[in-house]
Ligand binder design. Structure first.
Ligand SMILES: [Zn+2]
Length: 470
């Protein structure tokens, strides 16, 4: 006999569709954890619990196994988290990840621009987009805010591949009309025409949203920045993404190019690109006035730890951003970043804060990559938690892999200690399965987890007395 279903179990209803139940130790957040608190009421940990999804949406969470009409994926003993949200990553840069020897501006011209130029070929862009999204899923990232390239074909390829996989994706054509190789620049009129067509084709379709995408201030003329701002004003549902104050040489260059602006951020603000849907990658070299302006706009900073370390860009002041009231999300920034794994990036984020004399808890890091990103993007009703009503973007993780991590996990005396060790030692090899809207889109090779296949909904379910309640 088992206990009666819990109060938030889904009510039976007619005409049900695909139903899947996933068992494990559920970990998500109900609020933003307090900085530095290893014991926080914002953390929701539910050991040995089933999360139930129907037609792609989470419909309930319960302690008991659901009846056999549900496909039951039993991951008892494993961690079950919302899929990670990577708020800044470049789909055309997988080929230049881990490239030696440069800081930001040289890195762009030496490694990045040649790789991006290859995406003008639509066939190349299609293959690359599929590979990129499958790689995200294989790292436990189910949603992302992505830079493709200047080529409309690369944007089409990326959105089409995301739609095929059912993923939440925010992306847009990269705007560049100066200070870049000829094959990567366009002009204001072409940019406007192509953006309008892409917005019409993809924005709001399925789980896709368009982001007005300015590479960074140095590669856009004032006219192109003004165009980007006009588009944002004309449609406030559009996102905006760009890079901001990543590297000191870059900041100096922006001051030379835009002497009229008080700060780098002001270049964007003056163009109408600072608003609640703005995603600013990096934001390392800011002052208090910049931070106050970002917070007042409700914009977010996509902190990119492995990229900041790898390119030697600087140490992000997470505490200062947070104290100013800024939403901070977490990003891989591949190919400047060295891993698509959000866990590897969290481990790097901890080290950056350690160098700054701060302590980053596992809760703040994990929250930034799940619920925090969702809130900042205005998508908390869809992604970032295991709350009923959200889409079932769910990942299953081994709590430890290998002898060192296993021994460390066994020695942990508190939940934070255990999860922090996991965050620090784990990577994509710990990922067992990634579900997008209730469908398994990634399963580790050799995994056999299905307890029972879903039965045809038209047929009365067989009765298993051990699972009946009452
Ligand atoms: Zn970037």
């Amino acid at each position: 006999m088992t206990a009666p279903p819990s109060a938030n179990a889904p009510a039976p209803r007619a005409g049900r569709g695909e139903r899947i139940a996933i068992r494990g130790d559920l970990l998500d957040f109900v609020a933003d954890p307090e900085w530095g608190a290893t014991d926080s009421p914002a953390v929701r940990f539910r050991p040995d619990t089933w999360v139930l999804a129907e037609d792609g949406r989470i419909v309930g969470v319960q302690a008991d196994a659901p009846d056999p009409t549900w496909q039951r994926d039993d991951h008892a003993g494993r961690l079950v988290l919302p899929g990670f949200v990577d708020t800044h990553v470049h789909s055309a840069q997988l080929d230049v990840i881990a490239s030696y020897g440069t800081e930001l501006l040289d890195w762009l011209t030496t490694h990045t621009f040649p790789a991006e130029a290859r995406h003008r070929d639509g066939a190349h862009a299609e293959v690359a987009a599929a590979h990129f999204l499958d790689a995200l899923l294989a790292h436990g990232t189910t949603s992302a805010v992505v830079f493709p390239t200047v080529h409309a074909a690369s944007v089409d390829a990326l959105f089409a591949a995301a739609e095929t996989r059912g993923m939440r994706l925010v992306a847009g054509k990269v705007l560049m009309d100066r200070n870049a190789p000829a094959e990567l620049v366009d002009d204001v009129a072409t940019g406007e025409r192509e953006m309008e067509a892409l917005v019409a084709r993809w924005h709001g379709r399925h789980r896709l949203a368009y982001a007005v995408t300015v590479r960074f201030a140095p590669t856009s003329s004032r006219e192109q920045l003004a165009l980007a701002g006009r588009l944002c004003r004309a449609d406030p549902t559009l996102y905006m993404q760009t890079h901001l104050a990543e590297n000191r040489a870059e900041v100096r260059w922006v001051h030379e190019l835009f002497p009229e602006a008080r700060s780098y951020l002001d270049v964007y603000a003056n163009a109408g690109l600072l608003h609640a849907k703005s995603v600013f990658a990096h934001g390392i070299w800011l002052d208090d006035a910049d931070r106050a302006a970002i917070a007042a706009a409700g914009a977010q900073i996509a902190h990119s730890p492995s990229s900041n370390l790898f390119l030697g860009s600087g140490l992000f002041g997470w505490r200062a951003a947070r104290d100013a009231g800024i939403h901070v999300s977490l990003a891989s920034d591949v190919g400047g970043g060295t891993s698509l794994s959000m866990l590897r990036n969290m481990a790097d984020a901890y080290k950056i804060q350690a160098l700054a004399g701060e302590r980053l808890t596992a809760w703040t890091a994990l929250h930034a990559a799940t619920r925090g990103a969702a809130v900042a993007l205005g998508l908390a009703g869809e992604i970032g938690s295991l709350e009923p009503g959200t889409l079932a973007d769910v990942c299953v993780w081994d709590p430890a892999a290998g002898t060192v991590a296993t021994r460390r996990a066994a020695a942990a005396r508190s939940l934070h200690e255990r999860v922090f060790a996991w965050m620090t030692l784990a990577d994509e090899r710990n990922l067992v399965a990634a579900y997008v809207a209730g469908k398994a889109r990634y399963r580790r090779r050799g995994e056999r987890v299905i307890l029972s296949e879903a039965k045809d909904p038209g047929v009365a379910p067989p009765r298993d007395p051990s699972l009946r309640s009452g």
